[in-house]
Write a protein that binds this ligand. Structure first.
Ligand SMILES: Nc1ncnc2c1ncn2[C@@H]1O[C@H](COP(=O)(O)OP(=O)(O)OP(=O)(O)O)[C@@H](O)[C@H]1O
Ligand SMILES: Nc1ccn([C@H]2C[C@H](O)[C@@H](COP(=O)(O)O)O2)c(=O)n1
Length: 663
């Protein structure tokens, strides 16, 4: 997952390959709660691992439920309708509506002493209609803050089950879902639920009914107005259950295929058109806009059909979450798109109608918003934009698709980590399937003499920007080590043999570790002697040529920070930012001395200084790719600068080259 403050998306052009979708959030959290409340042990396969499922699992553990996880499988030992830890207990449910609403209902009918709360936005998400329904039933629920919103305190109920329970269905279908999931716990007699108002997001209620059936409870439904839980209903574990991949998450890749899969279809693994999730009907909307979608049992293939996409006017009540993706597809349409009946967007993770309108306008679109609709006309002129994401995963994911704009303007996604709610590796999946010409992939080069702090600076830049990192010196160090181990003298007489070694290095980078032929050589290549050997082999032209392609292969989306001696002059001459980092020899010797001593390696400062000056001399005087600043490099002497200052300086230079409008 990208945990950076922002993520810059360079212009993206096409898409291809296969994406494997994570499990559905809606199904995962329903299944977890049902498994926890039921009798027996349930093994849940393909469970989504995300912020929302984590808060649900934590809450279930606190309630005394047995939870064991291994990878995407969870083993839940159910409570069989009795809470092992009836409180007092405080449950923190983040911003997970799929945890807050059903847990409120389940705990309220079972009774105990519980306080349920979440992040500040959760305190703005209404729950009053559910609380009203539960109070009709005789549940004890106290508003601890603003009435009708979390936090809530739950006490012991005095249940009255004979009269129908009336619940509003026109604000959120989660209120009805919460009652349906909780009431089998107390179905000593038939329990009737009546929906007041037009029920929205019906497909989500269908998911609830179908999962209840898997747990042995057959709800009788009369239209979408009346639901009966038969007397004697009891939640019973099905033993094993598989979570379908998330159909709402599929929408970003269906849209990606429609916008950018020009040569071959994009394959989406995990859901097919027969999914039980309502958002799968996003496919119909995408087809209307021009996508060519083929469905398989558990996969989809999508490619671009009509281009530009066709503008649509659509009632989106049945696909409330996925419909946000349509708003971004509308940027690529041949006219104005109208998305109707989306009032529920206003009470989601953020006010999504307002958020989408503001951010789409930043890109240059003409947008009109109403209480329950959004109208989007594509930009006459695209503008680069920094997209505010409002701690809303869907805003972040759908706006990433704006990076395919034909004007090639850059898009910055602020707080990309918010995708952790449902699709932690969303951006990784996007970068695996998006394609762009290599020159579009940004590279920051940091060249300079030894111990100037290149590695420190470059790796911190990469971390801050979410870019890949290339320590090119490590490749010469590994080559030197491999040559020594092969018994080769590091001289021109052995140049071809060493070059052959370099071209076929069995090297792997695992985070900070360097693995050569299965052996961890991370420490071995860091010695001063290995640095000298690297300097020697790096003076051999054939060795340098042998390593060019490998170094250039590190240039991958979303970008690269590379450090070395010739990054800006030879390997990435088109890099948009080149930094030549220096510090006085005295200061560099001091730093190296400190570095070695801190690792328990004895060293003498004057010897280190002589060594690094010898290395500087060889690196700058060699015939091929000598150490020197590229013509367009910015010089940074950090002799009197700390690390943070150097990093801030270079980030400032990088920022000056960007053209984002900040919100
Ligand atoms: N601006 C700075 N101020 C003080 N110390 C620094 C600064 N930059 C780096 N250092 C320290 O100097 C030491 C050498 O830094 P680093 O390993 O990044 O240098 P390098 O240029 O990559 O060296 P080499 O080319 O030999 O790999 C490290 O201990 C690092 O923490
Ligand atoms: N792009 C590069 C990187 C490194 N070298 C050579 C010269 C250095 O002395 C040696 C070790 O590099 P370090 O790990 O200290 O950065 O490798 C080079 O020629 N070109």
């Amino acid at each position: 997952m990208f945990s950076t403050e922002f993520l810059d998306l360079p212009p993206l052009q096409t898409a291809a390959g296969t994406v494997h979708l994570p499990g559905s959030k809606s199904i995962s959290n329903r299944v977890l709660l049902l498994a926890a409340l039921s009798a027996g042990r349930t093994t849940v396969h393909d469970l989504l691992d995300s912020d929302d499922t984590r808060v649900m699992l934590d809450a279930l553990r606190q309630l005394g439920c047995g939870v064991k996880r291994s990878g995407s499988t969870a083993h839940i030992t159910g409570l069989d309708g009795r809470i092992a830890a009836p409180g007092p207990l405080k449950l923190f449910l983040g911003n997970a509506g799929t945890a807050m609403r059903p847990l409120t209902a389940a705990l309220a009918v079972l009774g105990g002493d519980f306080e349920l709360d979440g992040v500040p936005r959760m305190r703005e998400r209404p729950i009053g209609d559910l609380v009203d329904a539960l109070r009709q039933l005789g549940c004890s629920i106290e508003d601890l803050g603003q009435p009708g919103y979390p936090p809530l305190r739950i006490g012991r109920p005095q249940l009255r089950l004979d009269a129908p329970i009336r619940v509003r269905g026109d604000v959120s279908s989660q209120f009805l879902t919460a009652l349906l999931l909780a009431l089998p716990l107390v179905a000593r007699q038939d329990i009737v639920i009546e929906v007041v108002g037009e029920l929205i997001s019906k497909p989500y209620v269908e998911i609830t009914l179908s999962l209840l059936a898997r747990f042995g409870v057959a709800v009788r439904r009369e239209g979408w107005q009346r639901f009966t839980l038969p007397a004697g209903s009891r939640l019973q574990s099905p033993g094993e259950i598989h979570v379908e991949a998330d159909a709402s998450s599929a929408s970003y890749f269906i849209a990606l295929g429609a916008i950018a899969a020009t040569a071959a279809p994009l394959r989406i693994e995990g859901v097919g058109e027969s999914s039980i999730q309502g958002d799968i009907r996003f496919i119909d909307a995408a087809r209307q806009m021009g996508a060519e979608v083929t469905s398989f049992a558990n996969a989809l293939e999508v490619r671009r059909g009509a281009w530009p996409l066709k503008a649509i006017d659509l009632d989106c009540n049945h696909i409330p979450d996925a419909a946000m993706t349509l708003a971004v597809m509308a940027l690529y349409a041949d006219g104005t798109t109208t998305l109707r009946n989306i009032a529920s967007w206003r009470v989601k993770e953020t006010d999504r109608i307002a958020a989408m309108a503001i951010e789409l306008r930043k890109l240059g679109a003409q947008v009109e918003e109403g209480a329950d609709f959004l109208r989007v006309a594509p930009p006459a002129r695209w503008r680069p934009a920094a997209i505010h994401t409002y701690d809303d995963h869907r805003v972040a994911m759908c706006f990433s698709l704006a990076a395919f704009n034909p004007a090639g303007v850059h898009v910055r996604i602020l707080d990309p980590r918010c995708v952790g709610k449902t699709f932690p590796d969303y951006f990784e999946a996007l970068f695996d399937t998006a394609r762009t010409d290599t020159p579009h992939i940004p590279v920051i080069c940091v060249d300079g003499p030894t111990a100037s702090g290149k590695g420190t600076l470059a790796s911190q830049l990469a971390q801050t920007l979410g870019y890949h990192y290339l320590d090119s010196g490590a490749l010469y160090r590994i080559t030197g080590l491999a040559a020594r181990r092969a018994g080769l003298a590091l001289d021109t007489a052995h140049e071809q043999s060493i070059a052959r070694l370099a071209a076929t290095l069995p090297v792997r980078f695992e985070g900070e570790r360097v693995i050569l032929g299965g052996e961890d050589v991370s420490e071995a290549i860091r010695s001063e002697a290995a640095g000298m050997d690297a300097s020697q082999v790096s003076a051999l032209p054939s060795v340098r040529s042998a390593l060019v392609e490998l170094q250039q292969s590190f240039r991958r989306l979303p970008g690269l920070v590379a450090d070395g001696r010739d990054m800006g002059t030879v390997i990435f001459p088109d890099a948009p930012l080149k930094v030549f980092l220096t510090a006085s020899a005295a200061r560099r010797a001091e730093r190296r001395h400190k570095q070695l001593i801190s690792k328990g390696i004895p060293a003498k400062i004057d010897v280190l200084r002589a060594d690094l000056e010898a290395r500087d001399a060889r690196d700058t005087q060699r015939a091929v790719a000598p150490l020197k600043p590229a013509q367009d490099a910015l010089l940074l002497d950090n002799s009197d600068q700390g690390i943070a200052e150097s990093v801030a300086q270079v980030l400032g230079w990088w920022e000056d080259k960007q053209s984002f409008r900040h919100a």
